[in-house]
Write a protein that binds this ligand. Structure first.
Ligand code: HEC
Length: 128
């Protein structure tokens, strides 16, 4: 009996550390698709569907070329609420934002490809 209990707790600890590791690295492929979707839909609703600017400034590779990455990461995580840029911490992890900023500043192909339909968690919650 005891042995089973110990191996079960080891299993739980193992799973926990795997999920913690996943959060401190590049998002998994499925999450990457969700993030690309989010950039196009949610960020795109203010920054323009092609990210060339709207209510918010352009987020294209050229537009971001002179901006320090840390400044962009902080802007996305903490927002500039007085200036209508919402904070994304709580919705996105820091690692996800770092990955997102990499995609934006590298002008990632994924951002320019036609939108694949990805059901995001937020859409699941509102039943869309
Ligand atoms: C409700 C509208 C809105 C949404 C949604 C939004 N933004 Fe913004 N964002 C803004 C505005 C407005 C600014 C400019 C704030 C200012 O004047 O400094 C901004 C600024 C930024 C900047 C700084 C750009 C620069 O040149 O300094 C980045 C980076 C950015 N947003 C990324 C994002 C990302 C990534 C998302 C999605 C996760 C997002 N934004 C969603 C409105 C929005």
């Amino acid at each position: 009996m005891r042995k089973v209990g110990i191996s079960r707790s080891l299993f739980v600890i193992g799973c926990l550390s795997i999920s913690l590791m996943a959060h401190s690295q590049t998002p998994v492929a499925e999450r990457q698709q969700e993030l690309i979707h989010l950039v196009k839909q949610d960020c795109g609703s203010c920054h323009g569907m092609t990210l060339k600017g709207g209510l918010g400034p352009a987020l294209t590779q050229q537009a971001l070329a002179d901006k320090p990455k840390q400044f962009l990461i902080d802007t996305i995580l903490y927002g500039r609420e007085a200036l209508a840029m919402p904070p994304w911490q709580g919705i996105l992890t820091k690692d996800e934002v770092i990955w997102m900023v990499d995609q934006l500043t590298q002008g990632s192909d994924a951002l320019n490809q036609p939108q694949l339909h990805v059901q995001t968690k937020a859409q699941d919650e509102v039943g869309q």
